[in-house]
Design a binder for this molecule. Structure first.
Ligand SMILES: [Zn+2]
Length: 256
């Protein structure tokens, strides 16, 4: 099945538990599913790609990623875990000041959150947007559910907060035990113009003691490989023609 090949071991276990309704499960666990909620997987520009980083901000890996992006003058979007934002407000502010898009990746990235109620999702999204707004001045306009799992219970909160869901066309599997060389080769060879690409600069709470060093090491090579192939890097907001932050007239969390 197509969606199974996109999952790591933990995600697979979760998918197996919920596989009772195959059609329902396929639409929840396949990040590319458009059944419940529309999710962008590509940008309109066929000569460019948009880099996205999930599960930060992390006090070690996020600055390393940001330093490489600055050195190569590459914009990116960071899908942030709200509780990490509240722990690292200065780091969050630095990402915004560097011109990167700050996006919502739930408050605590709970793996069983996919079974949460509408109220659960509202709290996850609102709390995270409030933390991002408190740190960087504006709430997020983009949301990516943990592991890309979408449910109809997210829909009401997404609409209330005017959040647009972004998935990916290509990901590196860089949360698995994989070398920086393998990450760079996979993205370097498989990326196509228009792709939204997902990497990780942080660690979800369930694997917080691990490392994302391999992604930091792979990033310069990824950028060089894609530029050598004639691809440009654009911001997710530019690529989707969406403002990176809501209009100034909307106070942070006003619609929450
Ligand atoms: Zn994540």
């Amino acid at each position: 099945m197509v969606f199974v090949t996109n999952l790591d071991a933990g995600e697979l276990a979760l998918a197996a538990v919920a596989a009772a309704g195959a059609f329902h499960a396929a639409n929840v666990f396949y990040a590319g599913s458009q059944w419940f909620i529309h999710a962008d997987r590509r940008i309109a520009d066929p000569g460019a790609v948009a880099l996205t980083f999930d599960d930060g901000p992390h006090p070690s890996f996020t600055p390393a990623v940001a330093q490489t992006l600055a050195a190569f003058n590459v914009p990116a979007a960071f899908f942030l875990i709200g509780r990490y934002v509240s722990e690292q407000p200065a780091l969050t502010r630095d990402l915004a000041a560097a011109g990167h898009v700050l996006a919502n990746h739930t408050w605590d990235h709970h793996r069983w959150g996919v079974f949460g109620s509408s109220r659960y999702w509202h709290e996850q999204l609102a709390r995270t947007n409030d933390a991002i707004a408190a740190a960087a001045g504006s709430p997020a306009t983009f949301f990516r559910p943990p592991m890309g799992f979408k449910t109809w219970r997210q829909a009401k909160a997404l609409k209330a907060m005017n959040l647009r869901v972004v998935a990916w066309r290509l990901r590196a599997f860089d949360t698995l035990p994989i070398s920086s060389t393998a990450i760079a080769r996979r993205i370097g060879e498989q990326a196509r113009g228009g792709d939204i690409i997902t990497l990780h600069d942080g660690l979800e709470p369930a694997r917080r003691s691990l490392s994302q060093q391999q992604t930091c090491r792979a990033l310069p090579d990824i950028i060089r490989r894609l530029r050598d192939r004639g691809l440009r890097f654009v911001s997710l907001a530019h690529g989707l023609s969406v403002p990176a932050v809501p209009p100034a007239s909307t106070p942070p969390g006003a619609k929450a």
